[in-house]
Each structure stands twice: as C-alpha cells, then as structure tokens.
Design a protein around this ligand. Structure first.
Ligand code: PLP
Length: 465
C-alpha cells in the first residue's frame, strides 16, 4: 500500500491534496485514528471545497461528512467488484474485516472488452499438462494425430494435416495443388491479407474479384467473369462465419475445371445446404489463431479427401523430407508443423465446439434484438441454404458515421474494429484489382464487435446517428 493513498480525517485539505499529488491517483482514502476507512476524497471534492470558500488549512472532515463512497472487501466476488469499478469510480479501496484499507483496485479504461477471447474452460489445461508431462512437446505426439482425425471427422473430410497457422495452411494447399508461376488464382477482394499472400508465395497471379452484397463473400458472377484459361484455382473465403454460395461456385468448377481452396479461417462449423464448410473444396484451410472460433494459440489445418495431396502437404510441412528415407529431401520443403502442445489444446477446444457455436449464436441473437430498430444499421444477413456461425460480430452503419461510431464504442471500453480494407485498395495489391465497388462499400461501412460476449452498443450507436 502506498502511504500517500491514505490520509487521517483530522488532516487538512492541504495534506490531502499533497497526498493526491504524490500518489497521482486523483483520490486519497480517509481513515480514522484506528486506520479504519471513513471516506474517500477525490481531487474534484478538494476543488469544490476550495471553490465553496474552504481554506487549505481547514480540516478535511466537514467537507466529506455524509458523502457516499464505494469500497469492497477482499472476499467480494470479482463480478461485484467489476460492477463497482468504471469511468466514475476508477480507484476502489479494499478493506479487511476491521475496515482497514489493505489494498485497492484500479480501473483501466482502455479496452475493457477485447474483440475476441479464447474460452479455455474445458479440458485444455488437462490435455496440455498431459502432453507436457509426457515430454512430447514438439511436433510429434498422439494429440496431433487425434486433433487431425477429430477435426477432419467433424468437418467431414477423410484427411487432415495440422500445421503452424492458417496462412501456411493456404501455402501448403496451393503447393500441393501445383499452383505456381503463370497460374491465376481468383481471390475475393474483401478478406484478410493472408489469403492473397499465399498466392504470391507460390509465384502465381492473384485476381481480386468483388464480393456479393448480401453475403459479403466472393460473388460467383464475378468469378465467372474473370475466369481465363490460366485460372488454376479459386480461393473462397467464408467471411465472418457466412458460407459462400458453394453450389454456384461448384457449377463453375464443373464447367471450367479449376481447383477450389476454401479459406475457412473465420467459419469453423458454418454450413451450406446442411454440409459443413471445409468439405466442399479440393483442399480446405483452417486457422486456430487466438482470436478464431476455436484456437490452439497459433495453428492451422489442411483438409482434403485426396490422399496424394494430403501426403504431399505432410512432406512439405516437414522440410520436404522423404517419409521413408530419413534426411532425404525430394522437394524444397518448410517447417510448418504444429506441436503436440498446441494440438492438445485443439482436441479440448473441439470437444466443446458445439457449445461454443451455440453460445456465439445466442450472443448474436442478443445483438440482433438490441440493434434491430436502429435506422441505418444493418446486421449480417441470415441467408437461405446457409447456417452461419459467429466469429466477430459484423454490422454495417452509414459510411459518414462509421468512424465516429467506432470511436464512441472504443471510448466505452469496447474493442470494436473497422472491417478489413479491400485488398485492391492497398498499393502492394492494387495491380491485381478487377471490380471492387461492393467490397469498397461494405468495407467502408463495416464494424466488427466482440462475438463471444454481448455488449450493448445500441445507445452509443443511436447517439451518433
Ligand atoms: C486469420 C485468417 C487467416 C490466417 O490465419 P493465421 O492462423 O493467422 O495465419 C487466413 N485467412 C483468413 C480469412 C483469416 O481470417
């Protein structure tokens, strides 16, 4: 305890201001002769006392008499303590059974509600400890195989190859499919940069196409328009938990014979016509980064029904080493492996994915109800044939109000974010641009909110509109 945080009730206003000045917390806890908490004096209280004619040498007592104040006990539930702290009460004294100040809590205004937070309340710690104690902490071990099998089984594919993250999952997929220089790969303009970067890693040419105005996912009509005889693959991104129009895209594949790579980094468990995303593509890529729907800290997975591609990705992720002849390298490979520790967390995450998704959907319902009647605000749509999941919650607001709304939400301690920029607007990707009017519109109006916890932003949004 900083002694400058405590002042005797018989001290003068000057003493109290001196203490506040030294402790730099804007408050001082006032105690009686037995050190029991009797009140709290803020710098505002002191200023008001002086303005009302008080003198610096006057005792504090008359100025705080009967003034309400807030404190807590060490044994109070955290929830209760958090309720007391806020913008108004930034310092909360903690007293013991004799009412003596033993500690204090401090409120940190910046980002009280993060945009995403992993839920590790199941068997994560147990399996992680188990993997640790087994000493299989590197990139071999039973949890890796189990996670691969369980996850492939969950999504509905035959094979699963775990890897270091979602970005290298995309890289592995494109390499296994033989995509390289001279090939074109169609990518939606509105996605996280990793999607296009993977195309550039293999030396192929990205073709950025526009999104659909309702799903915000790649527009099949735009794919059709930009297919050439060099189109080797299309990477579809199930953006913000919404499945792409897979029937339309599959029809194009049948006609033109390109590969489909699904980027499912934001859509674990989402469905199209009752079938989970990740089971439509030639190869599908998932991310298990800390802010994704399920996480392994960092991590990724490639799913496929094709044993050859699966084998090829397993070789590429492991330095290109021959599986039967140790230290013999047939191809230039990479170290893109996942560790047994990460997979242990993944196995536990997957055990509870249904509850996780149900919880997120319930949160989304709360948002929908609270935001329903705000003119100018649009929630993400529920479209026929698709069962969306919730990654980050996503809404659109008027373009000229978006940044003010974002700032106001942030001011309230909630980590809201603007949507991704369309890739075609960034100098490094500009040369791959085709059409992007819908991407520009959606991107400029979009706000992401926490999807794992409901925060009522309706009043904040209304005030800005
Ligand atoms: C997160 C994300 C990735 C990359 O995953 P990492 O595990 O972070 O490498 C790729 N594509 C999309 C659409 C993403 O959201």
């Amino acid at each position: 305890m900083d002694e400058n945080l405590i002042c005797n009730q018989n001290s003068t206003l000057l003493d109290a201001l001196d203490a506040i000045n030294k402790n730099a917390k804007g408050v001082v806890f006032i105690v009686d002769d037995s050190d029991r908490l009797v009140n709290i004096l803020t710098d505002g209280d002191a200023r008001r006392a002086l303005l009302a004619g008080g003198q610096l040498q006057d005792p504090i007592n008359p100025f705080i008499e009967g003034k309400k104040f807030v404190y807590c006990k060490r044994s109070d539930p955290v929830k209760e303590i958090l309720k007391k702290l806020g913008q108004k009460i930034s310092i909360l004294p903690v007293v013991d059974n004799d009412n003596k100040v033993v500690d204090y809590y401090e409120y940190h205004r910046d980002l009280k509600v993060p945009i995403a937070a992993p839920n590790l309340a199941g068997n994560e710690f147990k399996y992680l400890t188990d993997a640790f104690l087994s000493s299989w902490i590197s990139s071999a071990g039973p949890y890796i195989t189990q996670f691969e099998n369980d996850f492939a089984n969950y999504v509905g594919t035959i094979k699963g190859a775990a890897c270091a993250n979602g970005t290298v999952a995309l890289h592995l997929a494109l390499m296994a499919l033989g995509v390289g220089p001279g090939d074109e790969v169609i990518v939606p303009d509105l996605t996280f940069a990793a999607t296009i970067n993977a195309v550039l890693y293999v030396g192929a040419t990205p073709v950025l196409v526009d999104i659909d105005k309702d799903s915000w996912c790649i527009d099949p009509a735009q794919i059709a328009k930009h297919i050439t005889n060099r189109t080797k693959a299309v990477i579809v991104v199930h953006l913000f938990g919404q499945a792409c129009d897979m029937s339309a895209i599959d029809d194009l594949r049948k006609k033109h014979g390109f590969y489909i790579v699904e980027d499912c980094a934001q859509a674990h468990g989402a469905e199209y016509k009752g079938q989970r995303v990740g089971s439509f593509g030639d190869i599908s890529c998932f991310s298990f980064f800390g802010n994704k729907i399920i996480t392994t800290g960092e991590g990724g997975m490639c799913l496929t029904n094709n044993a050859d591609w699966d084998a090829s990705m397993r070789v590429l992720r492991d330095h290109g080493m021959n599986k039967t002849r140790r230290y013999w390298h047939d191809v230039v490979g990479y170290n893109y492996r996942m560790t047994n520790l990460q997979a242990a967390i993944g196995v536990a995450q997957l055990e509870r994915i249904s509850e996780n998704l149900a919880h997120r959907s319930a949160i989304e319902q709360q948002y929908c109800a609270s935001l329903a009647n705000i003119k100018g605000l649009e929630c993400q749509q529920f479209l026929p044939d698709r069962t969306k999941v919730v990654w980050l919650l996503a809404v659109l607001v008027p373009v000229d109000k978006r940044d003010d709304i974002l700032a106001a939400i942030k001011e309230a301690g909630i980590d809201a974010r603007p949507f991704f920029y369309p890739l075609s607007t960034m100098p490094i990707y500009q040369q791959y641009k085709t059409e992007n009017s819908v991407s520009l519109d959606v991107s400029s109006r979009g706000i992401n909110l926490p999807g794992y916890e409901f925060v009522d932003v309706a009043d904040i949004v209304r005030q800005q509109l």
